[in-house]
Design a protein around this ligand. Structure first.
Ligand code: 1HE
Length: 268
């Protein structure tokens, strides 16, 4: 059963479907530097819950205006004056959205520019691939704001940069940018031109893989990270049993066997 995604329902996200199955999801509050208010988080939950069954082959996640995302909407947080329980439940909605991204089985490529900070970095770190341009910079200013991360940074950003750098970023507000950010693992690509164009190219490439292969790549690897090595190896063999015998793969295997398929070559 294919789900329909009614793009007119989204007010804080601009959503655009392309013919090749690539969908562009753009945080669309540029005047607020795409800060994540509660409504935006609900829209992320709605979109990423539907995407795996709506024929979405890959997603490019971008931000409108000069910045990718300024993190938690601090003004809303201030005016709502939330209780501990209210904020805990809000964080659980962030996790709902970000877990659906990371574990949903649809490749998500983040196109980063400008500030990728606080919850914006938590959002970006839930994508499978991050592409940055020369303006992008990363930080966790929570400590300076009297706050703590609540959208999964302790897990995902620590996975990317390691515990010591994560703690330093939180304690000192240290900013990473440029090639150093790639060297540390905050992004996989840095480009001279538009990170959006580069992300689109990667998304189109990923969208040409069989959906079941992408489903496994963009869910099983993350699940297996949460398992013991013994259980992960078992789960991997089960996933491979399903994916590697899928009928749709036979044409690709036949093309390799009859030598019509492209070979793997070094970059020229
Ligand atoms: C915002 C937010 C926001 C901007 N919440 N409204 N995140 C932060 O600590 C980052 C806070 N933001 C900034 O440091 C800067 O705004 C930026 C570097 C992102 C952009 O600077 P700039 O000079 O382009 O914009 P600006 O003048 O600071 O802000 C423009 C408008 O965006 C202004 O609104 P206006 O109505 O007065 O025009 C700002 O209030 C608004 N704006 N950022 C709300 N974050 C689950 S826990 C997660 C914990 C966190 O994420 S902590 C948040 C960390």
């Amino acid at each position: 059963m294919t789900l329909q995604i009614d793009t007119s329902r989204f007010k804080n996200l601009a959503i655009e479907a392309h013919d090749d199955g690539v969908w562009v999801v753009t945080l669309n509050r540029p005047t607020k530097r795409n800060a994540l208010n509660a409504d935006t988080v609900e829209e992320l939950v709605e979109f990423f819950a539907a995407a795996p069954r709506a024929g979405v082959r890959a997603v490019v996640l971008a931000g409108s205006g000069d910045h990718f995302c300024a993190g938690l909407d601090l003004v809303e947080h201030h005016s709502e004056d939330r209780s501990p329980a209210e904020f805990m439940h809000l964080c659980l909605r962030w996790h709902e959205a970000f877990n659906k991204m990371e574990y949903g089985g649809v490749p998500v490529i983040a196109a980063l520019h400008g500030a990728v900070v606080g919850g914006g970095l938590e959002l970006a770190s839930s994508a499978h691939v991050r592409v940055m341009d020369q303006t992008a910079y990363f930080a966790l200013p929570e400590g300076q704001r009297g706050l703590f991360t609540g959208g999964g940074a302790t897990i995902r950003v620590t996975d990317l940069v390691g515990k010591a750098r994560m703690i330093d970023m939180m304690l000192t507000g240290r900013v990473y940018q440029g090639q150093e950010a790639v060297d540390l693992g905050l992004a996989q690509y840095i480009v001279e031109g538009s990170s959006f164009d580069a992300a689109m190219e990667l998304a189109r490439k990923a969208a040409q893989n069989l959906p079941l292969s992408n489903f496994a790549i963009c869910s099983a690897v993350s699940h297996m990270q949460n398992m013991s090595a013994l259980d992960a190896a078992y789960a991997e063999s089960v996933v491979a049993g399903v994916v590697n015998t899928q009928p749709d793969a036979r044409a690709r295997l036949a093309a390799f066997a009859d030598k019509s398929a492209a070979r793997v070559r070094p970059n020229s």
